[in-house]
Design a protein around this ligand. Structure first.
Ligand SMILES: Cc1ncc(COP(=O)(O)O)c(C=O)c1O
Length: 480
Protein backbone atom coordinates (compact mmCIF):
# COMPACT_ATOMS: atom_id res chain seq x y z
CA UNK A 1 0.00 0.00 0.00
CA UNK A 2 1.12 3.51 -0.84
CA UNK A 3 2.22 5.47 2.20
CA UNK A 4 2.36 9.02 0.91
CA UNK A 5 1.30 11.35 -1.87
CA UNK A 6 3.24 12.53 -4.91
CA UNK A 7 0.80 15.15 -6.27
CA UNK A 8 -1.91 17.39 -4.91
CA UNK A 9 -5.37 18.31 -6.02
CA UNK A 10 -7.21 21.45 -4.88
CA UNK A 11 -10.76 21.53 -3.56
CA UNK A 12 -12.03 23.47 -6.55
CA UNK A 13 -10.46 20.99 -8.96
CA UNK A 14 -12.22 18.10 -7.19
CA UNK A 15 -15.49 20.06 -7.41
CA UNK A 16 -14.91 20.56 -11.13
CA UNK A 17 -14.13 16.86 -11.66
CA UNK A 18 -17.21 15.81 -9.71
CA UNK A 19 -19.51 17.97 -11.83
CA UNK A 20 -23.21 17.50 -11.06
CA UNK A 21 -22.59 14.89 -8.40
CA UNK A 22 -25.79 15.45 -6.44
CA UNK A 23 -27.95 15.39 -9.59
CA UNK A 24 -30.12 18.08 -8.06
CA UNK A 25 -30.93 16.14 -4.87
CA UNK A 26 -29.90 17.16 -1.35
CA UNK A 27 -26.24 16.24 -0.86
CA UNK A 28 -25.42 13.19 1.24
CA UNK A 29 -22.15 11.60 2.33
CA UNK A 30 -23.14 8.42 0.46
CA UNK A 31 -23.55 10.39 -2.76
CA UNK A 32 -20.21 12.08 -2.31
CA UNK A 33 -18.62 8.73 -1.51
CA UNK A 34 -20.00 7.17 -4.70
CA UNK A 35 -19.02 10.12 -6.86
CA UNK A 36 -15.46 10.21 -5.49
CA UNK A 37 -15.23 6.44 -5.76
CA UNK A 38 -16.06 6.69 -9.44
CA UNK A 39 -13.31 9.27 -9.99
CA UNK A 40 -10.85 6.92 -8.31
CA UNK A 41 -12.02 3.78 -10.13
CA UNK A 42 -12.00 5.61 -13.45
CA UNK A 43 -8.42 6.68 -12.81
CA UNK A 44 -9.34 10.37 -12.88
CA UNK A 45 -7.97 10.75 -9.37
CA UNK A 46 -4.76 8.77 -9.69
CA UNK A 47 -3.09 6.79 -6.91
CA UNK A 48 -0.76 8.88 -4.74
CA UNK A 49 -2.84 12.02 -5.27
CA UNK A 50 -3.22 13.98 -2.04
CA UNK A 51 -6.77 15.10 -1.46
CA UNK A 52 -7.57 18.63 -0.34
CA UNK A 53 -8.01 19.35 3.37
CA UNK A 54 -11.51 18.45 4.55
CA UNK A 55 -12.35 22.11 5.19
CA UNK A 56 -11.21 23.13 1.69
CA UNK A 57 -13.15 20.30 0.03
CA UNK A 58 -16.28 21.06 2.07
CA UNK A 59 -16.24 24.74 1.15
CA UNK A 60 -15.50 24.03 -2.54
CA UNK A 61 -18.45 21.65 -2.67
CA UNK A 62 -20.72 23.84 -0.55
CA UNK A 63 -21.38 21.05 1.96
CA UNK A 64 -20.67 20.50 5.65
CA UNK A 65 -17.32 19.26 6.84
CA UNK A 66 -19.08 16.36 8.62
CA UNK A 67 -20.44 15.16 5.28
CA UNK A 68 -16.95 15.20 3.76
CA UNK A 69 -15.45 13.42 6.77
CA UNK A 70 -18.03 10.63 6.48
CA UNK A 71 -17.50 10.25 2.70
CA UNK A 72 -13.74 9.92 3.27
CA UNK A 73 -14.37 7.34 5.97
CA UNK A 74 -16.35 5.27 3.46
CA UNK A 75 -13.55 5.57 0.90
CA UNK A 76 -11.09 4.39 3.55
CA UNK A 77 -13.32 1.37 4.17
CA UNK A 78 -13.13 0.66 0.41
CA UNK A 79 -9.35 0.80 0.65
CA UNK A 80 -9.31 3.60 -1.91
CA UNK A 81 -8.06 6.34 0.43
CA UNK A 82 -5.46 6.31 3.17
CA UNK A 83 -4.94 9.02 5.80
CA UNK A 84 -2.35 9.88 8.38
CA UNK A 85 -2.56 12.55 11.05
CA UNK A 86 -0.62 15.56 9.90
CA UNK A 87 -0.14 14.20 6.35
CA UNK A 88 -3.78 14.35 5.21
CA UNK A 89 -5.52 11.84 2.92
CA UNK A 90 -4.43 10.46 -0.41
CA UNK A 91 -5.64 8.05 -3.06
CA UNK A 92 -4.22 4.60 -2.79
CA UNK A 93 -4.30 1.41 -4.87
CA UNK A 94 -6.62 -1.10 -3.19
CA UNK A 95 -4.65 -3.96 -1.70
CA UNK A 96 -6.55 -6.48 -3.87
CA UNK A 97 -5.64 -4.60 -7.06
CA UNK A 98 -3.48 -6.49 -9.52
CA UNK A 99 -2.56 -6.90 -13.15
CA UNK A 100 -3.76 -5.01 -16.14
CA UNK A 101 -5.00 -1.52 -15.41
CA UNK A 102 -4.05 -1.72 -11.75
CA UNK A 103 -3.32 1.97 -11.64
CA UNK A 104 -5.84 3.06 -14.23
CA UNK A 105 -9.07 1.89 -12.75
CA UNK A 106 -9.48 -1.55 -14.33
CA UNK A 107 -8.68 -3.37 -11.10
CA UNK A 108 -11.29 -5.71 -9.81
CA UNK A 109 -14.15 -5.12 -7.40
CA UNK A 110 -13.46 -6.07 -3.82
CA UNK A 111 -16.92 -7.38 -2.92
CA UNK A 112 -17.52 -11.07 -2.38
CA UNK A 113 -18.97 -12.81 -5.43
CA UNK A 114 -18.08 -9.86 -7.67
CA UNK A 115 -16.95 -10.60 -11.22
CA UNK A 116 -14.11 -8.89 -12.99
CA UNK A 117 -15.01 -8.24 -16.62
CA UNK A 118 -12.44 -5.46 -16.92
CA UNK A 119 -9.20 -7.41 -17.03
CA UNK A 120 -8.29 -9.57 -20.03
CA UNK A 121 -6.01 -11.87 -18.08
CA UNK A 122 -6.25 -15.65 -18.58
CA UNK A 123 -5.34 -18.09 -15.81
CA UNK A 124 -2.21 -20.21 -15.84
CA UNK A 125 -2.31 -23.22 -18.18
CA UNK A 126 -2.16 -26.67 -16.54
CA UNK A 127 1.10 -27.32 -18.44
CA UNK A 128 2.81 -24.84 -16.09
CA UNK A 129 3.01 -27.61 -13.47
CA UNK A 130 5.10 -29.79 -15.77
CA UNK A 131 7.31 -26.85 -16.71
CA UNK A 132 7.93 -26.25 -12.99
CA UNK A 133 8.81 -29.91 -12.48
CA UNK A 134 11.21 -29.85 -15.39
CA UNK A 135 12.86 -26.66 -14.15
CA UNK A 136 13.57 -27.95 -10.64
CA UNK A 137 16.13 -30.78 -10.82
CA UNK A 138 19.80 -29.75 -10.73
CA UNK A 139 18.85 -26.09 -10.72
CA UNK A 140 21.96 -24.84 -8.90
CA UNK A 141 24.22 -26.99 -11.04
CA UNK A 142 22.66 -25.87 -14.31
CA UNK A 143 22.51 -22.21 -13.34
CA UNK A 144 25.74 -21.38 -11.55
CA UNK A 145 26.85 -17.80 -11.14
CA UNK A 146 25.28 -14.80 -9.46
CA UNK A 147 22.00 -14.84 -11.41
CA UNK A 148 22.33 -11.12 -12.19
CA UNK A 149 21.95 -10.47 -15.89
CA UNK A 150 20.14 -7.38 -17.19
CA UNK A 151 19.91 -9.02 -20.67
CA UNK A 152 18.26 -12.22 -19.41
CA UNK A 153 19.05 -15.91 -19.50
CA UNK A 154 20.78 -16.96 -22.72
CA UNK A 155 18.69 -20.14 -22.99
CA UNK A 156 15.47 -18.16 -22.91
CA UNK A 157 16.75 -15.53 -25.33
CA UNK A 158 17.69 -18.32 -27.74
CA UNK A 159 14.17 -19.77 -27.57
CA UNK A 160 12.56 -16.36 -28.07
CA UNK A 161 14.89 -15.59 -30.98
CA UNK A 162 13.99 -18.95 -32.55
CA UNK A 163 10.30 -18.07 -32.34
CA UNK A 164 10.85 -14.78 -34.19
CA UNK A 165 12.90 -16.60 -36.83
CA UNK A 166 10.11 -19.14 -37.30
CA UNK A 167 7.69 -16.27 -37.89
CA UNK A 168 9.84 -15.04 -40.78
CA UNK A 169 11.98 -12.53 -38.91
CA UNK A 170 15.54 -13.87 -38.59
CA UNK A 171 16.70 -13.10 -35.05
CA UNK A 172 19.64 -13.98 -32.81
CA UNK A 173 19.72 -14.05 -28.99
CA UNK A 174 21.90 -10.91 -28.99
CA UNK A 175 18.84 -9.01 -30.29
CA UNK A 176 16.70 -9.93 -27.27
CA UNK A 177 16.52 -8.49 -23.75
CA UNK A 178 14.28 -10.22 -21.21
CA UNK A 179 12.15 -7.95 -19.01
CA UNK A 180 9.57 -8.36 -16.27
CA UNK A 181 6.58 -8.12 -18.62
CA UNK A 182 5.71 -6.11 -21.74
CA UNK A 183 4.73 -3.07 -19.67
CA UNK A 184 8.23 -3.06 -18.18
CA UNK A 185 9.67 -3.53 -21.67
CA UNK A 186 7.74 -0.53 -22.98
CA UNK A 187 8.50 1.74 -20.06
CA UNK A 188 12.23 0.89 -20.23
CA UNK A 189 12.28 1.62 -23.97
CA UNK A 190 10.43 4.84 -23.41
CA UNK A 191 12.88 5.96 -20.77
CA UNK A 192 15.84 5.03 -22.93
CA UNK A 193 14.58 6.90 -26.01
CA UNK A 194 12.20 9.70 -25.00
CA UNK A 195 12.83 12.79 -22.90
CA UNK A 196 10.17 14.61 -20.84
CA UNK A 197 8.21 17.02 -23.03
CA UNK A 198 8.72 14.98 -26.21
CA UNK A 199 5.80 13.51 -28.16
CA UNK A 200 4.77 9.88 -28.49
CA UNK A 201 2.30 8.87 -31.21
CA UNK A 202 -0.31 6.43 -29.91
CA UNK A 203 -3.41 4.79 -31.30
CA UNK A 204 -6.67 6.13 -29.93
CA UNK A 205 -7.99 4.07 -28.19
CA UNK A 206 -4.99 2.19 -26.82
CA UNK A 207 -3.68 0.16 -23.89
CA UNK A 208 -4.20 2.30 -20.74
CA UNK A 209 -0.97 1.43 -18.96
CA UNK A 210 1.05 2.48 -22.00
CA UNK A 211 -0.62 5.90 -21.71
CA UNK A 212 0.27 5.92 -18.01
CA UNK A 213 3.91 5.20 -18.83
CA UNK A 214 4.08 8.10 -21.30
CA UNK A 215 2.37 10.46 -18.90
CA UNK A 216 4.55 9.27 -16.03
CA UNK A 217 7.59 10.35 -18.03
CA UNK A 218 5.97 13.76 -18.55
CA UNK A 219 6.07 13.16 -22.30
CA UNK A 220 2.91 13.92 -24.27
CA UNK A 221 0.74 11.59 -26.30
CA UNK A 222 -0.47 12.38 -29.80
CA UNK A 223 -3.45 10.13 -30.47
CA UNK A 224 -4.34 8.93 -33.96
CA UNK A 225 -7.94 7.68 -33.96
CA UNK A 226 -8.70 4.16 -35.11
CA UNK A 227 -11.50 4.49 -37.66
CA UNK A 228 -14.14 1.77 -38.17
CA UNK A 229 -12.02 -0.64 -36.19
CA UNK A 230 -8.87 -0.09 -38.24
CA UNK A 231 -5.86 2.18 -38.72
CA UNK A 232 -6.28 5.40 -40.63
CA UNK A 233 -2.87 5.23 -42.29
CA UNK A 234 -3.31 8.63 -43.97
CA UNK A 235 -3.69 10.12 -40.50
CA UNK A 236 -0.73 8.13 -39.15
CA UNK A 237 1.46 9.38 -42.02
CA UNK A 238 0.30 12.97 -41.56
CA UNK A 239 0.92 12.82 -37.80
CA UNK A 240 4.40 11.38 -38.24
CA UNK A 241 5.16 14.20 -40.67
CA UNK A 242 3.51 17.09 -38.86
CA UNK A 243 3.88 16.31 -35.17
CA UNK A 244 7.35 14.75 -35.54
CA UNK A 245 6.86 12.44 -32.54
CA UNK A 246 10.01 11.09 -30.93
CA UNK A 247 8.50 7.59 -30.80
CA UNK A 248 5.35 5.74 -31.84
CA UNK A 249 3.64 3.07 -29.77
CA UNK A 250 1.57 0.67 -31.88
CA UNK A 251 -0.26 -2.62 -31.37
CA UNK A 252 -0.72 -3.99 -34.91
CA UNK A 253 -1.61 -7.50 -33.73
CA UNK A 254 -5.09 -7.69 -32.19
CA UNK A 255 -4.94 -4.12 -31.04
CA UNK A 256 -5.99 -3.54 -27.44
CA UNK A 257 -8.86 -2.66 -27.13
CA UNK A 258 -10.28 -2.83 -30.70
CA UNK A 259 -8.94 -6.29 -31.61
CA UNK A 260 -7.90 -5.02 -35.08
CA UNK A 261 -4.97 -6.51 -37.00
CA UNK A 262 -2.94 -4.60 -39.56
CA UNK A 263 -2.52 -6.53 -42.80
CA UNK A 264 0.73 -6.83 -44.73
CA UNK A 265 -0.05 -4.02 -47.15
CA UNK A 266 -0.70 -1.76 -44.14
CA UNK A 267 2.54 -2.88 -42.50
CA UNK A 268 4.44 -2.11 -45.65
CA UNK A 269 2.99 1.39 -45.76
CA UNK A 270 3.57 2.01 -42.07
CA UNK A 271 7.15 0.75 -42.33
CA UNK A 272 7.82 3.12 -45.23
CA UNK A 273 6.34 6.05 -43.27
CA UNK A 274 8.49 5.27 -40.22
CA UNK A 275 11.62 5.07 -42.33
CA UNK A 276 10.80 8.21 -44.30
CA UNK A 277 10.22 10.28 -41.18
CA UNK A 278 13.05 8.71 -39.20
CA UNK A 279 10.65 7.77 -36.40
CA UNK A 280 11.18 4.69 -34.26
CA UNK A 281 8.17 2.66 -33.17
CA UNK A 282 7.60 0.34 -30.27
CA UNK A 283 5.46 -2.46 -31.66
CA UNK A 284 3.64 -4.25 -28.86
CA UNK A 285 3.10 -7.93 -29.72
CA UNK A 286 1.58 -8.90 -26.37
CA UNK A 287 -1.51 -10.36 -28.06
CA UNK A 288 0.10 -11.80 -31.20
CA UNK A 289 -0.38 -15.44 -30.17
CA UNK A 290 -4.07 -14.93 -29.52
CA UNK A 291 -4.82 -15.49 -33.18
CA UNK A 292 -8.16 -17.21 -32.74
CA UNK A 293 -9.24 -17.74 -36.35
CA UNK A 294 -5.79 -18.15 -37.93
CA UNK A 295 -6.88 -16.71 -41.27
CA UNK A 296 -3.83 -14.73 -42.35
CA UNK A 297 -0.46 -14.53 -40.61
CA UNK A 298 1.21 -11.28 -41.59
CA UNK A 299 4.95 -11.05 -41.13
CA UNK A 300 6.00 -9.33 -37.90
CA UNK A 301 5.95 -5.53 -38.21
CA UNK A 302 9.75 -5.41 -37.69
CA UNK A 303 10.19 -7.22 -41.03
CA UNK A 304 8.99 -4.03 -42.74
CA UNK A 305 11.30 -1.54 -41.01
CA UNK A 306 13.94 -3.53 -39.17
CA UNK A 307 15.99 -0.51 -38.17
CA UNK A 308 12.99 1.52 -36.97
CA UNK A 309 10.93 -1.07 -35.08
CA UNK A 310 11.51 -2.11 -31.49
CA UNK A 311 9.32 -5.12 -30.75
CA UNK A 312 8.05 -5.86 -27.26
CA UNK A 313 6.44 -9.14 -26.35
CA UNK A 314 5.06 -10.93 -23.33
CA UNK A 315 4.31 -14.29 -21.75
CA UNK A 316 1.24 -12.83 -20.07
CA UNK A 317 -1.56 -13.53 -22.54
CA UNK A 318 -0.04 -16.52 -24.31
CA UNK A 319 0.97 -18.33 -21.12
CA UNK A 320 0.51 -16.57 -17.77
CA UNK A 321 0.74 -12.99 -16.47
CA UNK A 322 2.01 -14.20 -13.10
CA UNK A 323 5.31 -15.21 -14.66
CA UNK A 324 5.98 -11.49 -15.22
CA UNK A 325 8.12 -12.17 -18.27
CA UNK A 326 8.38 -9.96 -21.32
CA UNK A 327 11.06 -9.05 -23.82
CA UNK A 328 12.39 -6.45 -26.21
CA UNK A 329 13.70 -7.29 -29.68
CA UNK A 330 15.86 -4.51 -31.06
CA UNK A 331 19.32 -3.69 -32.40
CA UNK A 332 22.24 -4.27 -30.04
CA UNK A 333 22.77 -0.55 -29.80
CA UNK A 334 19.24 0.08 -28.55
CA UNK A 335 19.33 -2.92 -26.22
CA UNK A 336 22.49 -1.54 -24.67
CA UNK A 337 20.74 1.75 -23.99
CA UNK A 338 17.78 -0.09 -22.50
CA UNK A 339 20.03 -2.29 -20.34
CA UNK A 340 21.80 0.83 -19.08
CA UNK A 341 18.44 2.46 -18.25
CA UNK A 342 17.25 -0.70 -16.53
CA UNK A 343 19.87 -0.82 -13.78
CA UNK A 344 18.42 2.30 -12.19
CA UNK A 345 15.22 0.40 -11.42
CA UNK A 346 15.96 -3.32 -11.36
CA UNK A 347 18.97 -5.48 -12.07
CA UNK A 348 17.32 -8.22 -14.05
CA UNK A 349 14.34 -10.54 -14.27
CA UNK A 350 14.21 -13.41 -11.72
CA UNK A 351 16.07 -16.42 -13.10
CA UNK A 352 13.66 -19.03 -11.75
CA UNK A 353 10.77 -17.59 -13.73
CA UNK A 354 12.93 -17.40 -16.84
CA UNK A 355 13.88 -21.05 -16.51
CA UNK A 356 10.25 -22.08 -16.02
CA UNK A 357 9.18 -20.01 -18.99
CA UNK A 358 11.93 -21.48 -21.18
CA UNK A 359 10.56 -24.93 -20.24
CA UNK A 360 7.02 -23.85 -21.03
CA UNK A 361 8.18 -22.60 -24.45
CA UNK A 362 9.38 -26.12 -25.26
CA UNK A 363 5.67 -27.02 -25.13
CA UNK A 364 4.47 -23.80 -26.76
CA UNK A 365 2.54 -25.25 -29.68
CA UNK A 366 0.45 -27.52 -27.45
CA UNK A 367 -0.18 -24.86 -24.79
CA UNK A 368 -1.09 -22.20 -27.33
CA UNK A 369 -3.26 -24.53 -29.38
CA UNK A 370 -5.34 -25.34 -26.31
CA UNK A 371 -5.50 -21.74 -25.18
CA UNK A 372 -6.67 -20.53 -28.58
CA UNK A 373 -9.35 -23.16 -28.70
CA UNK A 374 -10.59 -22.19 -25.25
CA UNK A 375 -10.55 -18.44 -25.98
CA UNK A 376 -12.27 -18.94 -29.35
CA UNK A 377 -15.12 -20.78 -27.61
CA UNK A 378 -15.36 -18.05 -24.95
CA UNK A 379 -15.33 -15.28 -27.53
CA UNK A 380 -18.13 -16.99 -29.43
CA UNK A 381 -20.10 -17.49 -26.21
CA UNK A 382 -19.76 -13.83 -25.24
CA UNK A 383 -20.86 -12.76 -28.73
CA UNK A 384 -23.90 -15.02 -28.41
CA UNK A 385 -24.76 -13.77 -24.90
CA UNK A 386 -24.55 -10.13 -25.92
CA UNK A 387 -26.69 -10.85 -28.98
CA UNK A 388 -29.36 -12.20 -26.64
CA UNK A 389 -29.14 -9.79 -23.70
CA UNK A 390 -27.71 -6.57 -25.13
CA UNK A 391 -28.56 -6.71 -28.86
CA UNK A 392 -28.32 -2.92 -29.21
CA UNK A 393 -24.57 -2.97 -28.44
CA UNK A 394 -22.47 -3.02 -31.58
CA UNK A 395 -19.07 -4.63 -32.06
CA UNK A 396 -16.96 -6.28 -34.73
CA UNK A 397 -16.12 -9.86 -33.81
CA UNK A 398 -12.32 -9.76 -33.53
CA UNK A 399 -10.23 -12.46 -35.21
CA UNK A 400 -8.00 -12.50 -32.17
CA UNK A 401 -7.09 -10.83 -28.91
CA UNK A 402 -9.03 -11.32 -25.72
CA UNK A 403 -11.86 -8.78 -25.71
CA UNK A 404 -14.75 -7.16 -27.54
CA UNK A 405 -14.86 -3.42 -28.05
CA UNK A 406 -18.54 -2.55 -27.69
CA UNK A 407 -20.23 0.58 -28.93
CA UNK A 408 -23.12 1.23 -26.53
CA UNK A 409 -24.75 3.69 -28.90
CA UNK A 410 -25.05 6.31 -26.12
CA UNK A 411 -22.31 7.97 -24.05
CA UNK A 412 -22.95 6.12 -20.80
CA UNK A 413 -19.87 3.90 -20.34
CA UNK A 414 -18.79 5.51 -17.06
CA UNK A 415 -22.31 5.52 -15.61
CA UNK A 416 -22.86 1.93 -16.63
CA UNK A 417 -19.57 0.99 -14.96
CA UNK A 418 -20.70 2.52 -11.67
CA UNK A 419 -24.11 0.82 -11.74
CA UNK A 420 -22.58 -2.46 -12.91
CA UNK A 421 -20.49 -2.46 -9.74
CA UNK A 422 -23.63 -2.38 -7.69
CA UNK A 423 -24.72 -5.44 -9.63
CA UNK A 424 -21.42 -7.12 -8.76
CA UNK A 425 -19.56 -6.81 -12.03
CA UNK A 426 -16.54 -4.64 -12.72
CA UNK A 427 -16.12 -3.39 -16.29
CA UNK A 428 -13.67 -1.14 -18.13
CA UNK A 429 -15.41 1.78 -19.77
CA UNK A 430 -13.99 3.42 -22.88
CA UNK A 431 -12.43 6.36 -21.09
CA UNK A 432 -9.58 4.22 -19.76
CA UNK A 433 -8.42 3.62 -23.31
CA UNK A 434 -8.71 7.20 -24.54
CA UNK A 435 -5.59 9.07 -25.58
CA UNK A 436 -7.66 12.23 -25.59
CA UNK A 437 -11.26 13.25 -24.98
CA UNK A 438 -13.42 10.46 -23.68
CA UNK A 439 -14.80 7.31 -25.18
CA UNK A 440 -17.93 7.21 -23.09
CA UNK A 441 -19.84 5.33 -25.78
CA UNK A 442 -17.54 2.36 -25.47
CA UNK A 443 -16.92 -0.57 -23.22
CA UNK A 444 -14.22 -3.21 -23.46
CA UNK A 445 -15.47 -6.66 -22.53
CA UNK A 446 -12.88 -9.42 -22.19
CA UNK A 447 -13.91 -13.02 -22.77
CA UNK A 448 -11.21 -14.59 -20.62
CA UNK A 449 -13.59 -15.75 -17.84
CA UNK A 450 -15.04 -19.29 -17.91
CA UNK A 451 -18.38 -19.57 -19.79
CA UNK A 452 -20.56 -19.80 -16.66
CA UNK A 453 -19.02 -16.59 -15.34
CA UNK A 454 -19.49 -14.89 -18.70
CA UNK A 455 -23.15 -15.87 -18.55
CA UNK A 456 -23.51 -14.51 -15.03
CA UNK A 457 -21.55 -11.37 -15.95
CA UNK A 458 -23.65 -10.54 -19.01
CA UNK A 459 -26.87 -11.15 -17.05
CA UNK A 460 -25.65 -8.70 -14.39
CA UNK A 461 -24.59 -6.21 -17.04
CA UNK A 462 -27.98 -6.40 -18.72
CA UNK A 463 -29.64 -5.70 -15.35
CA UNK A 464 -27.31 -2.74 -14.81
CA UNK A 465 -28.14 -1.46 -18.31
CA UNK A 466 -31.88 -1.75 -17.53
CA UNK A 467 -31.42 0.07 -14.22
CA UNK A 468 -29.54 2.85 -15.97
CA UNK A 469 -32.22 3.16 -18.64
CA UNK A 470 -35.11 3.29 -16.24
CA UNK A 471 -33.32 5.43 -13.65
CA UNK A 472 -33.96 2.67 -11.06
CA UNK A 473 -30.61 2.64 -9.36
CA UNK A 474 -29.25 3.78 -6.05
CA UNK A 475 -26.86 5.94 -8.05
CA UNK A 476 -28.53 9.12 -9.21
CA UNK A 477 -27.55 10.48 -12.58
CA UNK A 478 -29.19 13.18 -14.67
CA UNK A 479 -31.73 11.58 -17.03
CA UNK A 480 -30.12 10.37 -20.27
C1 LIG B 1 -1.26 -4.39 -25.39
C2 LIG B 1 -0.69 -4.78 -24.06
N1 LIG B 1 0.56 -4.45 -23.77
C3 LIG B 1 1.11 -4.77 -22.59
C4 LIG B 1 0.40 -5.42 -21.62
C5 LIG B 1 1.05 -5.72 -20.32
O1 LIG B 1 1.64 -6.98 -20.40
P1 LIG B 1 2.57 -7.58 -19.26
O2 LIG B 1 1.69 -8.33 -18.34
O3 LIG B 1 3.50 -8.47 -20.00
O4 LIG B 1 3.29 -6.47 -18.60
C6 LIG B 1 -0.93 -5.77 -21.87
C7 LIG B 1 -1.71 -6.42 -20.84
O5 LIG B 1 -2.91 -6.42 -20.85
C8 LIG B 1 -1.49 -5.44 -23.13
O6 LIG B 1 -2.75 -5.76 -23.43
Amino acid sequence: MMTSAVRHVQGRKVAELLGEWTAGAAASSQQLHRALRRLVLDGVLAPATRLPAERDLASSLGVSRTLVVRALELLREDDLVASRRGAGSWITVPSGGDGEGAVTGLFGPSGEGALNMAQATPCAPPELDDALDRARPRFAELYPGSGYDPRGLLRLRERLAERFTRRGLPTGPHQILVTSGAQHAFSLTLRALVAPGERVLVEHPTYPNALEAVRGLRASTVGVPMVDGSWDLDAVEATLRQAAPRLAYLIPDFQNPTGARLDEAGRQRLGTALRRNGTSAVVDETLVDMDLDGVAQPLPMAAFAEERVITVGSASKSFWGGLRIGWVRASEDILQRIAATRVAGDLGTPVLEQVVFAELLADADTVLGRRREKMRARRDRLVELLGTHCPEWRFQVPRGGLSLWCDLGVPVGGKLAVIAEQHGVHIGSGMHFAAHGNLERFLRLPYTLPPEQLEDGVARLARARDALRSGVSSVEFPVM
